[in-house]
Design a binder for this molecule. Sequence first.
Ligand code: HPA
Length: 272
Amino acid sequence: MLDIQKIKESARFIESQITAKPTIAIVLGSGLGGLVKNVKIQQEISYKNIPNFPVSTVQGHKGTLIFGELNGVNVLVMNGRFHYYEGHSMQTLTFPIQVFNEMGIKKLILSNAAGGLNPSFDIADVMIIRDHINLMGNNPLMGPNNDDLGPRFPDMSEAYSHRFIKLAKKIGEEQKIKLQCGVYLGVTGPCYETPAEYVAFHALGADAVGMSTVPETIMARYLGMEVFALSVITDLGVIGQIEKASHEDVLNAAAKAEPNMVKLVSELVAQL
Ligand code: HPA
């Protein structure tokens, strides 16, 4: 169950540290870390100093909440996210999303690294997530429902805002950013997939597979937030192109895609 008192305590603490009201929250996964360079940072708070906030453990993932201005818009940026495979419960890893909602933030941008399943994808492509498949075997909304926060059986017919997707595609065309668009399938990790799993997930209708994003999107939609999400394709789970996957290769491919991701998100926030 969502612990409202803890959510409120964290929200009020963050509000006490910042000077204006952010309207968009951005969760930086692999590949979007460079966005921070475009943010006029006004405040950076270590997760460990925020009451009740979880702390991230993965190499390459940082752990600060940044408040600042991106392209003229007040944003709150999670520089480092939490993953199910770290051992956090689904409720814990979506805690920050609940806090952002409590602060009145109703727009959420998520990014991640993912394995490409669609044969037309290349490494370092950027994919707009148009829908997801939850194969994580869990859901952050399990347990008694608080009807004041959201419905027992939330609608997921538009998990990723069609309006945001349309805008992003338009920006991609204008700025000549190559964009793919597809379905993200969420798994727990931490293993990468076997070749048989990659084939199976593609057959299920997924274009990319990764270990994050799905819990945050579910929580955000439950709370009535609008979501936009991007994957950077860091390796290919396509028969004939499967190579040994390593975290280092994933980070390198993500770094290659970073300028495009940063350009797109910087433009997008100004138009949402
Ligand atoms: N599978 C799951 N998660 C990932 C992958 C992958 O191939 N690449 C980056 N994150």
